[in-house]
Design a protein around this ligand. Structure first.
Ligand code: ZN
Ligand code: FE
Ligand code: FE
Ligand code: ZN
Length: 271
């Protein structure tokens, strides 16, 4: 008899179709089952028309294959029914996405769409760079969270991925400044009815902790913003990585449930 799952659904995983990850949906799903997850969402990076960087992302031509590979995993006899969900991680391109993303989503019954901002001005800076000033770091974070407001207001996404990603640089800003510039983004996320993931890949980046940090999780909790758990695995062996640490953070912020999206509708699950 199978043991009951002890870890939540892993809501953020990639596949080798994006050309910077290894493994196929079935490999990730089997890894999730072995890890004790309640399920998995495949969220490979959305293809773009005339992609400027086709070497690091699934192309539009690959997209039908992505749908087929996720469907194969969903039909695998060794996995519980409903264990594998279909998702996408979509970069927020404000000009492109309003037409392109809905057309993509029309092609299959998607369960979850993560919204991401992956880069911005000065994201190549590092803490030991003498040109880095506190004002420059603050401006970088501020620009990011301003864009996050527009991401939330676009209405295109179910959840924000890696909410405080600028800390990936290893740089940080004072808590009072973070509060001032992150709260408008959190208010926009709450108004949009979106969730925010706890993304454990940050544990392996210079910040050395999940995205977002505990203070942000506490501000989320005050706004009743639901959470997801996501490993952002780019290898099957990374599925559910550091989830116990993410649990501890979520509990410290006062969370007792997380959210699972099915056909883009949220349902709360106790953890
Ligand atoms: Zn990726
Ligand atoms: Fe991402
Ligand atoms: Fe990702
Ligand atoms: Zn990601």
């Amino acid at each position: 008899m199978a043991l009951p799952p002890i870890l939540p659904v892993d809501s953020h995983t990639h596949t080798r179709l994006c050309r910077h990850a290894s493994g196929l949906p079935l490999d990730y799903a089997r890894a999730a089952l072995a890890a004790g997850c309640a399920g998995i969402v495949c969220t490979d990076h959305v293809p773009f028309p005339d992609d400027p960087s086709p070497a690091i992302r699934m192309t539009a031509d690959d997209f039908p294959r992505y749908l087929d590979l996720v469907a194969d995993a969903q039909a695998a006899p060794d996995l519980p029914p409903g264990f594998v969900r279909l998702g996408l991680e979509a970069d927020f391109h404000s000009l492109l996405l309003p037409d392109w993303l809905p057309a993509i989503l029309d092609r299959a019954p998607f369960d979850l769409v993560l919204g991401s901002i992956h880069t911005g001005p000065h994201w190549d800076m590092r803490p030991d760079d003498p040109r880095v000033t506190p004002a420059l770091v603050l401006e970088t974070f501020r620009a990011y969270f301003r864009k996050m407001v527009r991401l939330a207001q676009s209405g295109l996404f179910d959840a924000c991925a890696h909410f405080d990603l600028p800390k990936r640089t290893g740089l940080s800003i004072p808590l009072a400044d973070l509060r001032e510039i992150a709260l408008p983004a959190l208010d926009a996320v709450a108004a949009a009815g979106m969730a925010v993931e706890i993304n454990t890949s940050g544990c392996f980046h210079p910040a050395g902790e999940p995205y977002p940090s505990l203070p942000i999780l506490q501000w989320m909790r005050e706004r009743s913003i639901p959470i997801l758990f996501g490993s952002d695995a780019h290898r099957p062996s990374d599925v559910a990585q550091r989830f116990p640490e993410a649990f501890a953070l979520a509990r410290a912020a006062g969370y007792t449930t997380y959210t699972v999206f099915t056909r883009r509708r949220p349902a709360a699950v106790p953890f």
